[in-house]
Write a protein that binds this ligand. Structure first.
Ligand code: HEM
Length: 178
């Protein structure tokens, strides 16, 4: 059985406080955005999406520049699968973050923010480009939810069956962690 304790002096053993806060905050925002995607919820979705976009960009950038903690001693296919899912999650977040704010712009529509106010950015109407952005946004959003389910299942399996530190290291920060 694997060890549950994390060596706090080994910076490859876990995540920094900043990474952990970014992980859970962006996970919560993404789930809330997904649950509020109907046309009626558009002002909420657009408002929260615009506020979240810089945070999500920062989150993706930080992960790619910092890398990951050490992989576990599990078999290669499982480790590779988990890494691929995490990579694909970051790619989906990036696509959503870029295409979301583009859709009203390319459609020549106003950005309605939480039903409080709205503004329009003067831009040539580009319906074909808007349709591509909308499709990419929808595909990335639905793919992200499937990946999220796999990712969550993987994290819980590690915690309850393999009894290793994978979930714990996303809850307890270490100094100079990844
Ligand atoms: C209940 C929900 C979730 C649980 C239990 C969970 C758990 C975890 C755990 C344990 C790790 C560390 C894996 C390792 O170090 O090998 C991790 C990393 C990661 N998770 Fe999640 N996660 C959840 C939701 C999400 C969501 C919704 C997303 C994306 C939309 C996401 C994206 C990522 C990514 C990209 C990583 C790699 C490290 C990072 O960049 O933060 N997770 N997650």
């Amino acid at each position: 059985m694997a060890e549950r304790r994390i060596n706090p002096h080994d910076r490859f053993a876990g995540y920094s406080r900043q990474s952990i806060v970014l992980h859970w905050l962006s996970a919560a925002i993404i789930v809330v955005l997904y649950m509020n995607q109907s046309p009626n919820s558009a002002p909420f979705h657009i408002g929260l999406g615009l506020i979240a976009a810089p945070l999500l960009y920062w989150r993706v950038r930080t992960r790619f520049s910092r890398g990951y903690p050490r992989i576990t001693e599990l078999s290669l296919p499982f480790n590779l699968g988990a890494r691929l899912v995490m990579f694909a999650l970051l790619v989906c977040i990036f696509i959503l973050m870029v295409t979301g704010p583009l859709i009203p712009l390319l459609n020549g529509e106003p950005y309605r923010i939480f039903g409080w106010f709205s503004f329009t950015i003067p831009f040539p109407n580009m319906e074909n480009a808007a349709a591509i952005a909308e499709s990419a946004h929808a595909i990335a959003g639905h793919s992200l939810m499937i990946l999220f389910a796999l990712h969550m299942l993987d994290a819980l399996t590690h915690h309850f069956f393999d009894k290793d530190t994978i979930l714990v290291r996303m809850l307890r920060p270490i100094r100079n962690g990844k």
